[in-house]
Design a protein around this ligand. Sequence first.
Ligand code: ZN
Ligand code: ZN
Length: 890
Amino acid sequence: MEAKFPPQYNPEGIETGLYEFWEKSGYFSTSIHKDGREKYVIVIPPPNITGVLHMGHALNNTIQDVLIRWKRMNGFNALWVPGTDHAGIATQNVVEKMLRTKNIDRKTLGREKFIEEVWKWKEKYGSTIIFQLKKLGASADWSRERFTMDENLSRAVKEAFVHLYNKGLIYKGKRIIHWCCRCGTALSDEEVNYRDIDAFLYYIKYPLIEGGFIEVATTRPETMLGDTAVAVHPSDKRYKKFIGQSVRIPFVDRVIPVIADEKVEKDFGTGAVKVTPAHDPVDFDIGTRHNLPFVIVMDEEGIMNENAGKFKGMDRFRCRDEIVKELQEMELLTKKEPYPTRIGACYRCETIIEPYLSSQWFVKMAPLAKPAIEAAEKDILKFYPERWKKVYLNWLYNIKDWCISRQIWWGHRIPVWYCRVCKDKMPSDEKAGVFVSVDEPQKCPYCGSREIYQDPDVLDTWFSSWLWPFSVFGWPERTKDLELYYPTDTLVTAQEILFFWVARMVMAGYEFMGMHPFENIVIHGTVRDKTGRKMSKSLGNIIDPLEIIEKYGADSLRFSLISMTAAGQDVFLSPTFYIKGRNFMNKLWNASRFIVSAAERYGEKVILHKKFEQLNLPEIWILTSLDEVIEKVNSSLNEFRLNEAINLLYDFFWHTFCDWYLEISKVHQEQEELYFKEKVLPVLFHTHISLLKMLHPFIPFITENLWQVFKDYCDLETESIMISSWPEKTGIQREKNIMEEMETIMEIITSIRNLKMRFGVPVSKQINCYFDRIPEGLSARIISKLAGVDEFSGFQGEKKEGLLIKNLREGRIGMSFAGIIDVQKELKKLYKEREKLQGYLEKIEKKINSPDFTVKAPEDVQEKEREKKQELEELLKNLEKDIEFIEGKG
Ligand SMILES: [Zn+2]
Ligand SMILES: [Zn+2]
């Protein structure tokens, strides 16, 4: 046994070997399954090729793996499609940075060479995260791994674009968009992270041509260089007389009108606002309504341009400071007041977004949103937890058009071409010479000219990932895979990408496939540190999942992560959160060793029964309890409450199977060999193997390892636990009196053990006990063995000295400690113990409540102290209960 079954479980090396065994055996691939099985499909949220496995990925992919393994064992043709995302801006940034270390600039390198560099980088590093997912145990079908820039998926992107363009749902428009001056590209509304900052509101006097001033307020004074009007509300009495007058803007000497517009907020600042149509979305609308000029005052890198006069060449924020300084000197700045406001930042590089007037491609979203709204309203899509349905719908009800063009190089080039000849013929017609094509065109379809060129922009990364649930199966071809696997079943995702990705996939599903892309949307929380902060490099609070896998095994990580993740809630991890999992693996290992060693004595394989007959009380009880667990675990998994399922299994294994049944089984082993061999062993094996199977989706490695060991001791159904069948209930009759009888036995044993522990008496020390109803036969033997009782008597003529009587749910038990301890003396010891605990508790309470501590101590120290306090309170409560009992009854 030792060789196969060392006394300690050590996952190192074992996990890699088992993963290779699964992969080689083809268990991840759907092809090994017979036709006719019902399919169950999950597509992975494709991680970025720049990604490195973090706790969020670990959680997201463990959930998917649990579901896929569970369904596979339930006889489904289970398919998990893996892949990666090209991650336009993120990858371009990484490669640019890499090139800079070699003193190479993207722009001098040129577009084609740069893209070559990105591909080279991708070949080298782009699969890092895939390797890491394998380490986690992900049972995805790697033969189907897809990449959003694969040839077929790129074709899908072009096909989708052309389809929407021809339908009139894609258009080019000059709009104020979110511009990242560092990335040099437009961003969609969803790609902007908002945060609250303390800014300033500047009050500036604009000189009127007719004499006097009109005062405006702004948070971005540098944009005044692009002002083309001052606007007031038409009903604002204060300004009525100014409407129609003119203003000269300082620095650029432009004369602009004072106009009236309903959209001006009378309460903001002075009630008069500067209008900068090229640098603000509200002003853009005002500008359009009033036919104002659009003056752009900075370039795409946030540097002031020729329209900024003497500020040309200056960074936008330095220009702000300069302008404020000069306005002060000119006595045109009347006030500068603190002003809390929200600003947007680039989700890739955190640079402050510039609202910027620019020509971009947009998708009209309202028509696409319609079926996606209906799908949720009619519960064709089911959200777990359900509250996300409202969030999803609210976004769709208020959906805005989607800016899909990006001014970067890495990505799917927009399949739009322009003809120079046609354009020259009709320069005023914006649509002249514009055409779309899936295949690379050779000439203009209107005039036949070969003087054509492609739009330089690429598409938003999400324009390829919104097609993911069908592009991975070969769309736009009508493939057999599409027919078999679309729509998919469950999507497991983080909440941050609900709009970015989930909602858009639903819209694309209906538009291109005429059907929802998945049925269940499982949305999990964010992984945070113990104090609730997001994990980030700058905070130094990252817990690296790979390090935990390396040291303690993927199972420990998976187990701990899932067991503490309540459905949809954020997860708070302490740096030692994996310990619960590690302890569980050890317990599982030890219990398995015990079972195997019990079987080993007979030198023959244990026959696993399908039907159980003529069993004694403990066997009926454990099988009935197992049936109950199977049922509960199934219903938890069906509702995607994975933590509930794993915690049920944990409790059953640890506190029912190990704490009780394994101990009780020893009674037979010693006293009735035959019954033990023929009845107990099969029940032990059956229960344990059923448990291993149910645990397998959560902790695949150790359960497979044990399966391989158990093969030598009993007849197991399959080569691997991965392809074994999910346990079914034994169907054993649940008898109420049997369950109650067992509970009484357990209550008696617990009462005696507790008291012995309190008195420092070893459990094995035999005592006499008195009962209203004296346990007999097997029950008595179990109690005797597990609680150390050598005499069972009725309540007649018992000696009062040293006797403690406890009420049970039914009847009473008297425990005699005469001649073993002096109860009164022990009681005094317990009083002292109580005093000590109270002292500790007071101390800790004082510490926790001191203002110094709550302000100065780090959050995790505070947390630890609070935990300590809770533990102490629990100890004290139990001690007081026992003292009260001993005082009353002793
Ligand atoms: Zn950026
Ligand atoms: Zn043409």
